[in-house]
Design a binder for this molecule. Structure first.
Ligand code: NAP
Ligand code: MG
Length: 462
């Protein structure tokens, strides 16, 4: 795999300040596929200075021109789709077809949506005798995880660039090659020097330096709730804007009268896709007691079909962690109906698609984010109990509701404390706001709502 031995700062690949590097490992065979430099506070400082210097020019660039650059970026990503898919597969381990469709396909769509939004968004509005100006927040520090390596970068860079902000990205240590490829695409798209900058490195070093840097006006973070809490505290102390996209433990609720087989099969596919490493995955399936055993049988059969078709989890630490949760589920008395904690292959960080029945709401596997191919099936007796169970975690990121008709499902969805709900299998919308209630986060990404995170308002009384 191609890897740059430098940081993309001020429109150029520059040598890192330090000499440490990060080995990138293919989780499917545990082989090292590349090295990237491990950035320090010095690299972060150089990148923030470049972003700060580029800010006045980019903020003053007419939205139509920013839109044209974003459209060019979308076109470069589309032209390099196969390379993106191969890079994500090499460092994350997802099957190539999934990498093409989702890891490359979704960010191309999102980049396109921000090219359109930059052109059509009203950056000025009239309120009575006031003219309200929506101005860029300034320099953005973006910190992203490995599970959707390009999507999570574009979900921040797209709206930041559309808004007129400049940014510094610190991507996950496990997936820096995809981030380097994105920096190449930014360059090819003719986005001016300093507007986008990349510092690869470790979270507690480069990530923390970026979150703490006084030259950063907004920190946008996606990842674990533990790190998000610390970043939120740092930003709060500095009275600085912050956006947090954190964990989830979403519920897939099947109401009586719904198409049970469809709800269960789509639900299992949702949890197994990307090997369960999706913050919005519907990891808890809630079924009425009358259909419970039928649903368990359907889910076990569906999971067994996935067998060899899912990729590994991202690294050795996650391999241990996910299998530890499965062992904990067994120890706490849940009934294993598919998979289990044993590693199914000798090499690579593989985990068996796993399904637990007889899961009760207080069990660890029903409360904590596992981030692996593990589904928990819970039983409810009436709608009120289903609402209580669905809302009974610290998270509130996503969810699904299935019913005989849309109206019933929508009425139930209104009672859920969560940021996004798919009704009877409603399809992904790249312009729909995405983000968490409760400890799943602060702020929204995607579409016009995502754009407003990168804007601040000034009102002129005329
Ligand atoms: P993480 O540590 O929160 O990583 C997310 C990003 O934050 C990475 O770029 C990471 O860098 C960086 N980071 C880590 N510590 C930091 C610090 N002190 N200051 C600033 N930045 C910091 O998540 P993880 O360790 O990769 O995964 C752990 C768990 O988080 C998973 O099992 C899963 O439950 C959850 N998770 C959730 C999401 C989501 O989308 N909601 C995504 C990924 C993980 P490094 O890569 O160098 O650590
Ligand atoms: Mg980490």
């Amino acid at each position: 795999m191609k890897a740059h031995d430098g940081m993309y700062i001020d429109g150029d690949w520059r040598p890192a300040a330090g000499t440490e590097s990060i080995s990138v490992v293919n989780p499917a065979d545990e082989q090292v596929i590349g090295q990237v430099p491990a950035g320090t506070a010095e690299d972060v400082d150089a990148a923030v200075r470049a972003a700060r210097a580029a800010l006045p020019g980019w903020a003053a660039t007419p939205p139509a021109e920013r839109a044209a650059r974003l459209a060019a970026l979308r076109d470069v990503l589309a032209a390099r789709k196969e390379e993106i898919a191969e890079t994500v597969t090499a460092e994350l381990g997802s099957p190539l077809e999934f990498s093409r469709l989702v890891h490359a396909g979704v960010p191309i769509a999102v980049a396109g949506s921000y090219a359109e939004l930059a052109a059509e968004y009203a950056f000025e509005e009239q309120v009575g005798n006031s003219r309200v100006l929506l101005e860029p927040v300034g320099v953005v520090g973006a910190i992203t995880p490995w599970n959707y390596p390009l999507h999570q970068i574009v979900a921040k860079a797209g709206p930041a660039l559309a808004a007129g902000c400049t940014l510094v990205l610190k991507p996950a240590e496990d997936t820096p090659l995809t981030a380097q490829l994105f920096a190449e695409a930014v360059h090819e798209a003719g986005i001016p020097a300093g507007v986008f900058n990349l510092v690869t490195g470790l979270g507690p070093v480069a990530g923390q330096a970026l979150a703490e840097h006084e030259g950063v006006d907004l920190v946008s973070f996606t990842g674990s709730t533990a790190v998000g809490r610390a970043i939120g505290a740092t930003a709060g102390a500095a009275v600085k804007r912050v956006a947090l996209e954190l964990g989830g433990k979403s519920a897939n609720v099947v109401l009586p009268g719904a198409d049970l087989a469809k709800a269960v099969n789509v639900g299992v596919a949702n949890v197994m896709s990307n090997t369960g490493q999706t913050c919005s995955a519907w990891t808890r399936l809630l079924v009425h007691e009358d259909s419970y055993e039928e649903a368990v049988g359907l889910a076990a059969a569906a999971a067994a079909k996935y067998g060899d078709r899912i990729g590994p989890v991202v690294n050795a630490k996650q391999h241990e962690r996910v299998r530890g949760y499965i062992a904990k589920g067994v120890a706490e008395g849940a009934r294993l109906v598919a998979g289990g904690p044993e590693a199914p292959r000798e090499h690579g960080y593989y985990v068996s698609p796993t399904v637990f029945a007889d899961v009760t709401p207080e069990m660890t596997i029903a409360q904590e984010e596992i981030f692996g191919p593990v589904l928990s099936i819970l039983k409810y007796r009436d709608e009120d109990e289903a609402v209580r169970i669905a809302n009974g975690t610290v998270y509130g990121l996503a969810g699904a509701v299935w019913a005989a008709d849309e109206e019933t499902a929508v009425a139930f969805a209104r009672r859920l404390d969560t940021g996004q709900v798919d009704i009877n299998g409603g399809r992904f919308n790249p312009r729909a706001p995405f983000g968490g209630y409760k400890q799943s986060g602060v702020g929204r990404e995607l579409g016009a709502h995502g754009l407003t995170e990168y804007l601040q308002t000034k009102s002129l009384q005329l």
